[in-house]
Ligand binder design. Structure first.
Ligand SMILES: *Cc1c(COP(=O)(O)O)cnc(C)c1O
Length: 362
């Protein structure tokens, strides 16, 4: 039996979109491909509120995170780390021999503008990496406030991993001055895995032109050269791009503001549900993600058993990430999930919880 996914990626993909993967292949140097590529980019620019160039990468998000640090630093990268995915960015600097320093924040807490300001004042950094929505802890850092601080540091590239929130929350790329914002499409875009989207600023291209070793598959300037012709340097993920074309039409038909509101509403519903069942929110409510909820397992249930029971009913949520396994659990509410589907899942959890042993006296 298929389990409907309420995990923070991959997300449930609607059958009409899955069907697009079966579109017959076209040659990637054909006019048909360029037409497809060229009609997708303006739709993505709408979703991202940007005039910047948008790229389609045949890879998961991790490659494009790595591309950022390879293309944008000649001095030192400041890596803001408050969970597993932000840590990955710091590890990539090390793996590529790029000088970097970690701004470490406790898991479950957000990255705040004053922390960044205090670090950047030294003038030793030329690139900043920050994760908007830390999927491991369910924290959304206030990128709008960080953006205000970043305006003081125009020479520091501003790279944002929006993997688990892009297309689920409003990201005004140009207003915030993001040099790179990236996301794999298997999360809030509700598309099949294997494709990553990024918007890249002109400042970033200017910086990349000063960096000697940008890698080959990761080279922003090579990507731009082809993207300007509505192509990609290597073979694109053609099936996913067909699916994306259709999904972007559906996203725009829903209306961006409606989409952002729906995600807020589902987040509220989920937060209220876990709290009223004795599971406090792991982050402070103000910094809770709008695309997934991370709850503390204060009642000492066996999260794996909850998921096993849910599985029998055709649903799946996530355990806590890494060391947070069994200490927390995560329910995703991203992509195309409707209010009714969310309620259905929560009703099942409510039902199952009545049967699971806890460490709380009744
Ligand atoms: C899922 C995720 C990633 C990694 O994405 P891949 O597509 O698996 O490479 C990176 N950052 C965040 C915040 C994520 O949620």
């Amino acid at each position: 039996m298929h389990k409907k996914l309420f995990i923070p990626g991959p997300s449930e993909v609607r059958p009409s979109i899955l069907a697009k993967l079966a579109t017959p292949q076209i040659g990637h140097r054909s006019k048909d491909y360029s037409d497809l590529h060229g009609r997708i980019l303006p739709k993505l620019q709408q979703v991202l509120y940007t005039k910047n160039d948008v790229f389609l990468w045949a890879s998961s998000s991790t490659l494009v995170m790595e591309a950022c640090v390879r293309n944008l630093s000649n001095k030192k990268v400041l890596s803001c780390v408050n969970g597993a995915f932000s840590k990955r960015w710091a590890q990539m600097c090390t793996a590529n021999g790029i000088p970097n320093e970690v701004l470490q924040v406790e898991w479950g807490k957000p990255i705040l503008p004053e922390m960044i300001d205090a670090k950047l004042q030294s003038g030793e950094f030329d690139c900043l990496t920050v994760v908007m929505n830390e999927t491991s802890t369910g924290v959304e850092s206030p990128i709008d406030e960080i953006a205000e601080v970043m305006k003081k540091y125009p020479d520091v590239m501003f790279c944002v991993d929006a993997v688990s929130c892009m297309a689920g929350v409003k990201i005004p790329t140009d207003e915030w001055g993001l040099d790179v914002v990236l996301a794999g499409v298997q999360k809030a875009f509700a598309l099949p895995a294997g494709l990553t989207v990024s918007a890249i600023s002109n400042r970033a291209f200017e910086r990349a032109a000063t960096v000697k070793y940008r890698g080959y598959y990761t080279d922003f300037l090579d990507m731009k050269k082809y993207n300007d012709k509505n192509q990609t340097p290597a073979t694109p993920a053609i099936p996913q791009i067909f699916a994306m074309d259709a999904q972007l039409d559906d996203i725009l038909a829903e209306g961006l503001d409606n989409r952002w509101e729906r995600h807020k509403r589902l987040a509220e519903m989920t937060r209220n549900f876990v709290e009223s069942h004795g599971f406090p929110l792991f982050p402070e409510r103000k910094y809770c993600s709008k695309t997934l909820t991370c709850a503390v397992n204060a009642k000492g249930i066996v999260v794996a058993d909850l998921n096993k029971e849910l599985g029998k009913r055709g649903f799946q949520i996530s355990n806590g990430y890494g060391d947070l396994k069994e200490k927390t659990f995560r329910i995703a509410h991203m992509g195309d999930v409707t209010d009714a589907e969310m309620k259905e899942l929560l009703d099942h959890i409510d039902d199952i919880l009545k049967t699971l042993p806890t460490n709380v006296q009744a």
